[in-house]
Design a protein around this ligand. Structure first.
Ligand code: ZN
Length: 217
C-alpha cells in the first residue's frame, strides 16, 4: 500500500530536514504550514519556496487568532525575544498551545487526503524547555487525534533525540545540508540562512553546525 505523509513545514532547519526525511521514507508527501500571527511572515514565503523546490504540495492555514489569546515574543510586536533562557521558566518565545493546534490541523488534513502519517520536527534533545516538544506530549497528541477522528494515524518525530549537530548530520546524509544552510529561516529575528547570529535559535543552529563540521574533518 502506498504510504502518504503530511509534514508540518515552517521553513526552518528542523522542519525542512523532516521534509526531505519524509521524501525518502514515504511514497507521497504533502506539507502544511501556518500563519499564526507570527511577526516574521517571511517564514511562510520561505516554506512555500522550499516545498516548491522539493516538489511537495503545500498549504498554509491562517490561524492568527491564537495570537489574541496568549502573548509571546514571536507574535507580539511590543515584546522582544529574550536573549537568554530565563531560569525556571519558559522563554518568552513559547507560544502556548501551538503544537497541539498545529497537529490537530495536520491530522484533519491527513484525514481528508487519506494520509496515515504525520511528520514533525520537534526535539527534546536541544529544546528550550517547550512542553509541547516533549515525546510524552507527542504520544498523547497522537492518541488524542486518532481517537478524535477514529482514524489510524502515526506521528513521526525523526529529530526527537537528535541534538542540533545530529540534525545537521541528518540533512547531510539526505544530501540537503547546503539547501538547509542557505535557504531556511530559523532566526527569531526573521533573518534567513545564518540569521542574526545572536538570538537563541541562531546560536543553537550555529553551534550545532560548527560541532557537526568539526567531527566531519
Ligand atoms: Zn537570530
Amino acid at each position: 500500500m502506498e504510504k502518504t505523509a503530511v509534514v508540518l513545514l515552517s521553513g526552518g532547519q528542523d522542519s525542512t530536514t523532516c521534509l526531505y526525511w519524509a521524501k525518502k521514507n514515504f511514497d507521497k508527501v504533502y506539507a502544511i504550514g501556518f500563519n499564526y500571527g507570527q511577526k516574521h511572515v517571511l517564514e511562510n514565503e520561505i516554506a512555500t519556496a522550499i516545498a516548491k523546490e522539493a516538489g511537495v504540495p503545500y498549504v498554509i492555514h491562517k490561524i492568527d487568532t491564537i495570537a489574541n489569546l496568549h502573548h509571546n515574543s514571536l507574535t507580539d510586536h511590543s515584546m522582544d525575544v529574550c536573549k537568554e533562557k530565563p531560569a525556571n521558566e519558559l522563554p518568552n518565545t513559547f507560544v502556548a498551545g501551538r503544537n497541539l493546534i498545529f497537529l490537530t490541523y495536520a491530522a484533519v488534513y491527513a484525514y481528508t487526503i487519506g494520509a496515515h502519517h504525520l511528520v514533525t520536527g520537534v526535539s527534546e534533545a536541544d529544546y528550550s524547555g517547550y512542553p509541547d516538544c516533549r515525546n510524552t506530549f507527542i504520544k498523547a497528541a497522537n492518541a488524542a487525534v486518532a481517537l478524535a477522528l477514529d482514524y489510524d494515524i502515526e506521528i513521526h518525530t525523526p529529530l526527537m533525540w537528535r541534538d542540533k549537530a545530529q540534525v545537521w548530520q541528518l540533512s547531510d546524509e539526505l544530501g540537503v545540508l547546503d539547501l538547509v544552510r542557505t535557504k531556511t529561516l530559523t532566526c527569531y529575528n526573521g533573518i534567513p540562512a545564518d540569521g542574526c547570529g545572536e538570538c537563541p535559535a541562531c546560536r543553537l543552529r550555529k553551534a550545532g553546525l560548527e560541532k557537526y563540521l568539526s567531527t566531519k574533518k
